[in-house]
Design a protein around this ligand. Structure first.
Ligand SMILES: NC(=O)c1ccc[n+]([C@@H]2O[C@H](COP(=O)([O-])OP(=O)(O)OC[C@H]3O[C@@H](n4cnc5c(N)ncnc54)[C@H](O)[C@@H]3O)[C@@H](O)[C@H]2O)c1
Ligand SMILES: O=C(O)C(=O)C[C@@H](O)[C@H](O)[C@H](O)COP(=O)(O)O
Ligand SMILES: [Zn+2]
Length: 381
């Protein structure tokens, strides 16, 4: 095993600092250096551990889900040993963490521990954890530094990179949030060993998304051995993860605040978010994105933009790794209603990302309602 991590750069835009995404093994050792490299005047160039001592007490809040309580506590203890005043904040697992109530609980803990602008939040977990941790970091004192330590495939390739943070409301998914990039992202591939296979496969949906919108080599690698792609021991695990991160890094480096290009990362998500809400978040995000991409491919095909072979390839590659392709036929009116609040909508105008061809994403503006019904007919069961 190569011990040197891969480093992927994310450019700073819109006044934000650049940062690196590290992919490798045993990366938690990088955490003190990243924490210490803060904006605090006396800690800007501090090496590992030194920051805490030189700038007085530096506080670190380690936010982790219940499933990773041992990891969260180990990281907290390690940081405490290095001189940081480290606390752990346990969050509910999965989507339950992305609520105003959980954010308010975190704010209250931060207030009670006198967390200041020189202090740092670390989010260790899946995408739900990093979305919530980033959101708490974005909102506490109007913004403190944070570091993402993604522990699921999905969080490594997508959620932890790019600075979209947020929570859900009763009306829908991710409706409240902020663009607040992390100071660094540590993707320790060893974390994937404990991930349930369902969660592993859910992450493949975002990897496949990256394949369809920008990097078809991803699709070739998965199609060569879909069963191997379902496990962290597969021969292409690191390459699939790194390629997907590069796609995301390239896009968010150009358009942090989604004023244009970044919308392509939303491929399949308009329907996916509606399905997630309709299922009260009992479906994993990646599973919903899988159905959403089949829908988007059909929409592209019916709009006369996407060729049959590429549209059919969606079903083939998604099903080959065990992702779902269909959703309940009778739910269309509810899904349509939820989609109206999608962030890509403009007034009453729905907007979808579709493909003009492989790796040629584009926007479909205000499609005819009959076209939407027809596309949904292709995923309805
Ligand atoms: N901000 C973004 O750009 C972005 C991008 C994609 C997805 N997302 C969000 O990410 C979320 C989905 O993330 P996810 O798929 O990682 O799911 P998740 O965060 O819900 O994690 C899935 C489950 O795995 C557990 N878990 C995490 N790491 C583990 C490990 N190493 N071993 C065992 N269990 C572990 C979690 O506690 C949880 O129960 C959604 O809320 C989605 O909206 C955000
Ligand atoms: O980073 C982005 O931009 C994305 O759209 C990536 C998506 O995979 C991700 O699920 C994101 O959270 C969706 O964002 P939203 O703005 O549609 O809530
Ligand atoms: Zn997503």
């Amino acid at each position: 095993m190569n011990d040197t991590p891969t480093r992927i750069q994310v450019a700073g835009t819109a006044g934000t600092a650049p940062y690196e995404v590290l992919v490798g093994h045993q990366l938690l050792g990088e955490l003190p250096a990243l924490i210490g490299r803060g904006s605090h005047p006396s800690s800007t160039t501090a090496p590992s551990g030194g920051a805490a001592r030189r700038s007085g007490v530096q506080r670190v809040a380690v936010l982790h889900p219940e499933a990773l309580s041992a990891t969260g506590e180990a990281v907290r203890a390690d940081l405490a040993e290095q001189g940081y005043e480290a606390i752990a904040i346990q969050l509910p697992n999965a989507e339950e963490a992305k609520s105003a109530e959980v954010a308010a609980y975190c704010w209250s803990v931060l207030g009670q521990t006198h967390f200041t602008r020189s202090d740092v939040i670390v989010g260790i977990g899946g995408g739900a954890t990093t979305d919530l941790a980033g959101f708490v970091a974005a909102t506490w004192l109007r913004g403190v530094r944070w570091i993402a330590v993604p522990t699921t495939v999905l969080a490594m390739v997508d959620a932890a990179v790019g600075g979209k943070t947020g929570i859900n409301t009763a009306e829908g998914k991710n409706l409240v949030g902020a663009f607040h990039p992390p100071a660094g992202v540590l993707c320790d591939l060893a974390c994937l060993a404990t991930l349930p296979v369902n969660d592993y496969v859910s992450g493949l949906a975002e990897i496949i998304k990256a394949g369809f919108i920008a990097d078809p080599v991803i699709l070739d690698l998965i199609e060569a051995d879909p069963q191997a792609a379902r496990t962290p021991e597969g021969p292409h695990t690191a390459e699939l993860i790194e390629r997907s991160i590069r796609v995301k890094a390239e896009v968010v480096s150009q358009d942090l605040k989604e004023s244009g290009l970044r919308e392509i990362l939303n491929y399949g998500h308009t329907l996916a978010h509606a399905i997630e809400k309709n299922e009260r978040y009992s479906w994993r995000h990646g599973a919903a994105v899988s159905v959403g991409m089949v829908f988007a491919a059909e929409l592209g095909r019916l709009a006369g933009r996407l060729d049959d072979a590429t549209a059919d390839r969606h079903r083939a590659v998604l099903s080959s790794v065990g992702l779902p392709l269909t959703y309940k036929g009778d739910q269309w009116p509810r899904l349509l209603d939820t989609m109206k609040v999608d962030k890509k909508s403009r007034g009453d105008r729905l907007r979808f990302i579709v493909l003009d061809g492989l790796a040629k994403p584009t926007v479909l503006e205000g499609p005819d309602p009959a076209l939407l019904v027809a596309a949904y007919g292709e995923v309805a069961k």
